[in-house]
Write a protein that binds this ligand. Sequence first.
Ligand code: DC
Length: 346
Amino acid sequence: MATRAIRGATTVKENKKESILNETSRLLRKMIEENNIMNGDIISIIFTVTKDLDAAFPAAAARALGIVHAALLDFPQHEVRDALKMCVRVMMYADMNVMQSEVKHIYLNGAKILRKDLVEEENKIAVALDGPAGSGKSTIAKLVAKKLGLTYIDTGAMYRSVALYCIDKDIDYNNEVDVISELENMNIGILSANKEQRYILNGEDVTELIRSPEVSEGASRVATYKAVREKLVAIQRELASKQSVIMDGRDIGTNVLPNAEIKIFMDGDVEERAKRRYEELSLKGISVTYDEILSDIKQRDHNDSSRAYNPLRKADDAILLDTTNMSIEEVGDFIIGKIDDVIKKD
Ligand code: DC
């Protein structure tokens, strides 16, 4: 036998003694069971807690499980901005008959996202976020992705990239045959840089270029073409197959990821959505009037929901969220709460 180190982590819903001890106990039992460890072979356990958990010493959960001979120590977790909250981390040393590479590290509840590399296929999660233009999807998706460590995928950016390609190459995006004949020349991808997604079209970073009103209009047109949708949906599914994602768009819950664990359909009054988009573009220095934005959004709502292929529609199992009178924080908290509920069912 040799001494091995086993990592584990979990999150707790409330800063209450009972919650901390119950979740820590569940985590320890799972670490012990999954690694076939005898109680007497545990040498020591180090626990850390984030500073929002001060109602109990998690080490007490180990004693309650009958781990009496091991040396136990509680530590405060090193604080990192925006890191996972209400989290108990564990490092257990035990004598075991396996190689260190065979040790099973255990991540429960929201803490699964701390080790995306260890998360098994069935533990991956997908959050589908659909809704009309200006409903706040991208702001919320970025916020949730950052808080939970999910990869954010903006599918609208891909339709925008197709439109930008057409505009740059002087191809009429209203002409379906012309657009489709160029599809194979469009290499559309995402690159992660500094925890941010950059959208790449044929090797060029187009993240900012795809935000103009002209591109918005073109994107809404090319998104009605079946061949365009098929190409982009294949890329989107491939991305979601490799990692836990929060993906926003129009057809994510209904078509791209019909088995997503959480589906949210965000809606809002068209005037409020136009106001938000107007403020967003004004901040970026793009000069447009509120009335132009309002009529553009109405047109896009019409295009997006009336097209034949995968129109904008709430999936039957999606949660409808009207964000007209909600702040960004309220929407973010609501969605994170839903994700937490799903994760904690495991
Ligand atoms: O979300 P956005 O405004 O960036 O999207 C640009 C256009 O792309 C929008 O008019 C609808 C279309 N789109 C789509 O049809 N399906 C998606 N999954 C995402 C966007």
